[in-house]
Ligand binder design. Structure first.
Ligand code: G3P
Ligand code: CA
Length: 241
């Protein structure tokens, strides 16, 4: 079972920022998950929400702001004043960090097209990811099946997972598409389906597992991975169990 740092080490650093990814690498996370969105001027930025309101000192939608406007925001003070100089990273800045640290784990790139369409985001991400060799492996995920279909056509050999809406319909759609190799349900869904999860024909990787008790529960379900906000603690707990 592989442990993925959810939005980096987002329990101890501002999520989806260079400090959170650097901490995930330092903590020995086997995987690192991040969320990608598109600015008004078609630049790829790493942020979870479609709006900048929660994780920066700005207001409004990413799609209505240029990269320069997003770069002017403070993406750290909401978490802790000591991160006041932290900016929203581009996807390229994150891959530069991963290269600089020679990261050898798995990078899970979630295309955040469940609310916004972001036309062309799949091509933009794929152009970057196919532009060079990486020390790490990368996979794609999304809640949006159309996005998964598009990215699969662009990169037929890259692993693709569905982030689930916790419905039977979503699960069945994943099963019907042979290129989808795994599902990411919520922890609650995985625990509520404890009789089925160990027998799933594709990988199951729940989110978010933040304590040892829940880690033991998902290990009992024989899941192939889990997302956590606390990669150091959960990696250590995994070794104990
Ligand atoms: O892929 C698991 C997880 O990243 C999905 O949830 O809301 O953090 O993007 P969210
Ligand atoms: Ca995500």
């Amino acid at each position: 079972m592989k442990i993925f740092a959810h939005r980096g080490a987002s329990g101890t650093r501002p999520e989806n920022t260079l400090p959170s990814f650097a901490e995930a690498i330092r903590a020995g996370a086997e995987g690192i998950e991040l969320d990608v969105q598109l600015t008004k001027d078609n630049e790829l930025v790493v942020m979870h929400d479609e709006q900048v309101n929660r994780t920066t000192n700005g207001k409004g939608a990413i799609k209505d702001k240029t990269l320069a406007e997003i770069k002017a925001l403070n993406a750290g003070s909401w978490f802790d004043e000591k991160y006041a100089s932290t900016k929203v990273p581009t996807l390229k800045e994150v891959t530069d960090l991963l290269i600089a640290r020679n990261y050898r784990g798995i990078v899970e790139i979630e295309l955040k097209t469940n609310v916004e369409d972001y036309p062309g985001i799949e091509e933009k991400v794929s152009d970057l990811m196919l532009s060079q060799e990486w020390p790490f492996i990368y996979w794609y995920s999304s809640f949006n099946l159309d996005t998964l279909e598009r990215i699969h056509k662009l990169e037929p050999k890259t692993r693709i997972d569905l982030v689930m809406k916790d419905s039977e319909e979503a699960t069945n759609m994943a099963m019907d598409r042979s290129y989808i190799k795994g599902i990411h349900p919520s922890l609650d869904w995985a625990l509520a389906h404890d009789a089925e999860v160990p027998n799933y024909p594709i990988d199951v990787r729940p989110w978010t597992v933040n304590d040892e008790e829940n880690l033991k529960k998902v290990m009992d379900l024989q899941v192939s991975g889990a997302f956590t906000d606390f990669p150091e603690e959960i990696q250590l707990a995994k070794r104990r169990n």
